[in-house]
Each structure stands twice: as C-alpha cells, then as structure tokens.
Design a binder for this molecule. Structure first.
Ligand code: CA
Length: 361
C-alpha cells in the first residue's frame, strides 16, 4: 500500500478524461505493435540501464500476462472518506487484540528494532496491522502480472509502474525469488509491510541474519525493515508525533495547506490563537514523547492538520515524525490513524510489559 493509495481520485478522473481520446487515436494505428515496441524498449532499458541479463528479462516478461482485474481495481472510483468514516475501518477491537498478541510474540525483536533504529514498538506494530493485518492480507494478485499490466496497459501510470516492474525483476534476481510466483496487491505492494519493489530493494533488511531479506513470510525481517524505512526517512528517536489543538475554523484556515510538510512554528500558530488541547493530549500521551506537550517549544516546526468529524473538525499539530509516517503512505488520514492506533497499542503494551516484569521477579 505504501506510497500509492493517496493518488487523488478527482485528479485521476481528469487525467483519464484527458487521455482517453488521444490514446484511442494512437492505439488504432497498431496496438499489438505498440506493446511489442514498448516491451522491447523495456528490455533494452533493463540491459543498458540496469546491467540486467537480457535472456532473463525476456523470459520473465514472456511469462507476464495482462490482468483486467488489476485495471478494474485501479480504476475503481476511490472515494475520499472524511476522517470520521476513515478511522473506524482501522481502529477496531480486533486489530488491537491481534496487534497486542503480535507484540507479545515478537517483543524481543521489536525491542531490538527500537534500539537499533529508534522507532518504537507500537509504531511498527501499528503499521503491520494496518498494512496486512499481521500477515493475513498480503495481496492475491500476481505481482508480475499486476506491474506488467499497469506498466504496459494502463497509460496514466505507465511510467511509474514500468519502473516498479524493473525493480521487481532486479529484486527477484537479487533475492532468488521466482518473480512469477510472487503475490501482491493490485499495485504490486508486497508482503507484511506492503513494500513496493523499489522500497523493498532500498529499505528491506535481513533482521534475523539468515541471509535472506524476506518480507513475504518473515515477520522478523518485516519488523526490522519497517523500522529502517522510518529511520531512513527521517524518524526522530524519542520525539513526539502529533498534538491535538483547539482552533476555530477561522483561526485555522490560513494555515491549512495540501502539502504535508511542517513549515510553521508553534509560536506562529499560538500568536494566531491556536493552542494545545491538553485534555485530549493527556488521553494519547501515556509514557511517550507525546506526553511532553509542556516542552513543545515556540520554535518547534509544525503543520496544522484538520480532520473532519460529523459536527465540525478536529485540529492537530503534526511534527516531523508525523511527516515521516506520510512517507510510508502520502496521506494525513493514514498517518493519523497509524499514530492513534500506535497510542492504543502503547497502552496495552504497557500492561504486557508490567506483567512480564512481575513474572520476572
Ligand atoms: Ca532474514
């Protein structure tokens, strides 16, 4: 899921509308020839750009098939849900229970990942729960067919997916996977953490030291890899993620922008009358950097975020670590749900750790 989900539906409709006519014209010349030419160019690129074996590339490509279900899935009207309809999909009792069970099983590994990369256990457990329900839903499409279909038979995103197809071939080669046997989401996201092939190649780590970076079937490698992904994208060890604030819509309006980047200072927002909502902050804070709202400095870089409720809006300040979560999936809704799930998990984890300590005595 990482990266791809937030492609804006309204924009996509516009893009499709613009592309339908010209592409019909072009493809009427000779659609078969066009695809063959594109495939030949792809093979050339694999050989020249990536120093990839020509025969292997050709063999893998020969096995790829267009899958109409992939095109149907990416075209499915994706309705942007308001926050109050979005979070109940993810913040469920079942996911929390499963997350805490996962924590119990993998405590040692999670502690090792936190030590090495600075990313707390609850954040890693939250991401694994949202992405694949702890390895339960890793995708049922053929990764090869999905990326081939979107790269060669879906012009609006062809360039992006052709690159990911190239990454898949290299990944399979490096990790000794059979590219045509890999399962993924319709957009080619793989395994426990739903890494697209380029992310897999760049961020996956062999966290159990068995010589394989296996994010498909190995939760230990998945834990280390998610922590590494966050760290490499700038996660700040021991720093807070987000704080709830009080604001009127009039106060908030000038600061709300589409960009997810934190560009204001807390002091600027305070001068505009926007202040921390301490009561709500306490609810999220238990034993975490998010308990340190008293310490948030005037010069702290923040971004004001709004979340639609049935009767108004919730406002939050996202700090740098909030932005880092959006590097996993470019959506403020995703990042907020991951953060809130991580706070739910943190409360349960505290109890588990206390019990474990009592038993150790
Ligand atoms: Ca491994």
């Amino acid at each position: 899921m990482a990266i791809l989900i937030s492609f804006k539906p309204s924009l996509r409709l516009v893009v499709n509308a613009l592309l339908v006519i010209p592409f019909t014209v072009i493809t009427t010349v000779s659609s078969a020839e066009t695809t063959t030419d594109k495939e030949a160019a792809f093979i050339e690129n694999m050989v020249n750009e990536h120093k990839f074996n020509r025969e292997t590339a050709q063999q893998v490509l020969n096995r790829a098939e267009k899958d109409q279900a992939v095109i149907d899935a990416i075209k499915r009207p994706w309705e942007a849900k308001p926050w109050h309809q979005y979070y109940p999909i993810f913040l469920t009792e079942k996911r929390l229970e499963k997350g805490l069970a996962f924590y119990q099983t993998h405590r040692t590994t999670l502690a090792r990942a936190e030590e090495k990369y600075g990313v707390p256990a609850e954040m890693i457990v939250a991401i694994l729960g949202i992405e694949s329900f702890y390895g339960t839903y890793k995708g049922t499409y053929s990764a090869l067919n999905a990326l081939y279909t979107l790269g060669f038979h879906y012009p609006p995103r062809a360039s992006f997916f052709k690159k990911e197809l190239a990454q898949l071939l290299m990944l399979a080669n490096e990790e000794q996977f059979d590219a045509s046997a890999l399962k993924s989401s319709y957009a080619g996201a793989l395994g426990w953490g739903q890494f697209i092939p380029s992310s897999y190649r760049h961020y996956a780590v062999d966290f159990d030291n068995d010589g394989v970076r296996d994010l498909l079937n190995n939760p230990v490698d998945a834990i280390g890899s998610i922590a590494n992904y966050f760290k490499r994208n700038g996660w700040q060890r021991g720093e807070a993620v987000a704080f709830p604030v009080n604001a009127t819509s009039k106060q908030a309006k000038p600061w709300l922008r589409k960009s997810l980047k934190y560009r204001e200072t807390f002091g600027q927002l305070q001068q505009a009358g926007i202040n921390l909502n301490v009561e709500t902050a306490q609810h999220y804070a238990i034993d975490s950097p998010d308990a340190q709202w008293q310490n948030i400095g005037q010069k702290s870089s923040v971004k004001l975020l709004d979340f639609a409720q049935p009767d108004g809006k919730d406002y939050w300040l996202g700090l740098k670590n909030f932005y880092v979560i959006t590097r996993y999936n470019h959506s403020k809704l995703y990042a907020m749900v991951a953060f809130q799930f991580s706070r739910q998990l943190a409360m349960g984890i505290k109890t588990i750790d206390e019990k474990a300590q009592e038993n150790a005595i």
